[in-house]
Design a binder for this molecule. Structure first.
Ligand code: MN
Length: 253
């Protein structure tokens, strides 16, 4: 059987410098994402942020999309609010313009080729921005009916409930109705971008999942299924879905 290759986006961070040594910048991606892709039977291809811009980055993304069968957008820092027409909120986190540009180019290239996309946490946010939508830059914990979306304990444990809409890809993959998921985000979508529908919300209305309106294989989730997957079959099923959809493209060649 042909192995599917799934592009996995990677962030950058600075290593803490030992005294007298320079501070190294490294590419970083939690191993959980790759472990779940490998466990589901595909091969991850790590994609760092690229320095190119404009037409060059679109060209690079298209060339890479020819070599992969699916795309996984991983968690990380905040998306630059300039990309959805806002100035930074006082609680904005670290932003990386190169990572934003790379992931947005990859999303468009994957959609052009009809590749399946699973977008996790920061991923669902950059997906929404790539399609012309916006974000709530910081969830106000004082708003009416707000629940906590930044769990204090390890994100391997479920934390709050979401409601999955029937007749969605997410319902077919995880099951419709109530699920308990982890939560480590301070931002959220301010509404689905054109072409996306909301497939799950928390009880305070925060968008926890979106997918493509046209039934294209695009699913975004605000929680972290890769952290819960070892103990949660519904979370594992999301990676199995991505690999299954990617295999169909790999076999077509
Ligand atoms: Mn949440």
């Amino acid at each position: 059987m042909t192995s599917a290759h799934i592009g996995v986006t990677v962030g950058r961070r600075l290593l803490a410098a030992e005294s007298g040594q320079r501070q190294d910048a490294v590419f970083a991606c939690p191993v959980d994402y790759c472990r779940e892709i490998e466990r589901a039977g595909a091969i991850p291809l790590l994609i760092p942020p690229w320095p190119q811009t404009g037409a060059l980055i679109a060209e690079a993304a298209r060339a890479l999309a020819e070599r992969m069968n699916g795309l996984l957008l991983t968690g990380g820092g905040d998306v630059d609010p300039v990309l959805f027409g806002e100035e930074p909120h006082p609680r904005i986190g670290v932003i990386d313009a190169q990572r934003d540009a790379t992931e947005i180019a990859l999303i468009h290239a994957a959609m052009e080729r009809g590749l399946p996309v699973l977008a996790i946490c920061r991923g669902i946010q950059v997906l929404n921005v790539a399609l012309g939508g916006g974000l709530i830059q910081h969830l106000d914990s004082a708003r009416q009916g707000a629940i906590c979306h930044n769990q204090p304990g390890p994100a391997t444990a479920p934390f709050h409930t979401i409601q999955i809409e029937p007749d969605t890809i997410l319902a077919r993959v995880m099951g419709e109705g109530e699920h308990r998921v982890n939560s480590t985000h301070h931002q959220a979508l301010d509404g689905p971008a054109a072409g996306l529908i909301v497939s799950a919300r928390a009880c305070d209305g925060v968008i926890e999942a979106v997918e493509s309106l046209e039934g294209a294989p695009i699913v975004g989730v605000q929680f972290h299924p890769e952290r819960m997957a070892p103990d949660d079959s519904a979370c594992r099923a999301l990676f199995e879905w991505l690999v299954r959809e990617s295999r169909i493209r790999a076999t077509r060649g």
